[in-house]
Design a binder for this molecule. Structure first.
Ligand code: SF4
Length: 347
């Protein structure tokens, strides 16, 4: 089966020409695929195309969708979390986070995840497989379709480690940028950091996309190597100082500031001494720290840091000259933690 989602306008013109059709038929497919208002997801329902052309495409195994909705959860604040089934009966999550001006889509890049972060529901189940670019892109169309508006921003912060699926990630970023018309600057790739992969990400991005303008967000979550290893077991393969060095190189290569995600965990990493250590680690470096409230999951001992600690931590970073913001949790009332919806559906 060949999924047409993720194809460029040129690719689709060539498909039309291969079938003896005029090039504009390819543009018709293109306009149909990337229009979220088309709720139908079968190739034989592209009514602007001649019937026999649709039939031949279908008979030859072309399709435009891999996923279907398994469960839908709408939180009181408007955040929509979807559990989507894949063709091989796996499931992935994606989230639509609306504000007045933006609709941010939080996308999964893998089914499950091999990184085993101790605070994460997805990590509990290990990796099943990586997603194809068409499966990554389909999540955007489902969010747009269900929320009846265009996605404006993308974050790869759902299930999976994007840098372990780097080729499909970059293929999907090309399409998000050129076909979904979302600027690279509105795309964030979030990683717990895999050795050698930060450099590879920028190098491959220049090679495949011609530039590298999306935001890199590192899930740091700790001010030193010792604490990091207690919450992210894979951290033992990648010293925190080496991550920072590789990020500095990324800034030099791309001219883009790096973000550091920092999940505030009570008694683990939320003290003033930790804020000072983090400041020392990051000082003099063009970066930004995002403090995040933790979403509790069952069978994990971590607790959410209290608001007072969070505010003191933020003030100390600011005082030490580190750019910092606090990201409030959205959709908390509906299985908001990464991998939680999928896990609950299986229980
Ligand atoms: S936090 Fe991200 S990288 Fe870590 S286990 Fe969960 S999905 Fe994987």
């Amino acid at each position: 089966m060949k999924n047409l989602l993720g194809s460029s306008i040129k690719d689709l013109e060539n498909v039309a020409l291969d079938y003896g059709q005029a090039g504009f038929r390819g543009r018709q497919i293109y306009n149909w695929i990337y229009n979220y208002r088309n709720k139908k997801k079968n190739i034989d329902q592209i009514e602007v195309l001649p019937l026999d052309f649709r039939k031949r495409l279908k008979d030859d195994g072309f399709k435009v969708c891999d996923l279907s909705i398994y469960e839908r959860n709408l939180a009181n604040d408007g955040t929509l979390k979807l559990l989507l089934s894949t063709e091989d009966n796996e499931s992935i999550e994606c989230v639509g986070i609306p504000t007045e001006k933006r609709l941010t889509a939080c996308l999964s890049s893998q089914v499950g995840c091999p990184m085993d972060c101790k605070f994460c529901a997805t990590g509990k189940e290990g990796l099943k497989r990586s997603l194809k670019a068409s499966e990554i892109l389909d999540q955007i169309l489902f969010i747009e379709n269900e929320m009846n508006r265009k996605v404006t921003n993308i974050v790869f912060m759902g299930m999976g480690e994007p840098l372990l699926n780097i080729d499909e990630l970059l293929v999907s970023i090309r399409s998000i940028n050129e076909d979904f018309k979302i600027s690279q600057r509105k795309i964030t790739v979030s990683t717990v950091a895999v050795p050698k992969m930060i450099n590879k990400l920028s190098a491959k991005s220049f090679q495949i996309l011609g530039n590298c303008q999306f935001t890199l967000a590192i899930s740091l979550h700790a001010p030193n190597q010792k604490i990091r290893e207690t919450i992210i077991p894979s951290a033992k393969n990648y010293e925190i100082e080496n991550i920072i060095e590789d990020c500095k190189q990324y800034v030099r290569d791309t001219g883009r500031r790096v973000s550091f995600e920092y999940l505030m965990l009570s008694g683990v990493n939320d003290k003033i001494e930790h804020a000072n250590q983090l400041s020392n680690l990051l000082k003099g470096f063009q970066c930004h720290v995002n403090l995040i409230q933790y979403n509790q999951i069952d069978e994990v001992e971590f607790q959410r840091a209290c608001l007072k600690n969070l505010q003191s931590f933020q003030s100390r970073l600011s005082h030490n000259g580190i750019a910092v913001s606090f990201r409030k949790s959205r959709g908390l009332d509906k299985n908001a933690a990464c991998g939680q919806l999928r896990q609950n559906a299986r229980n």
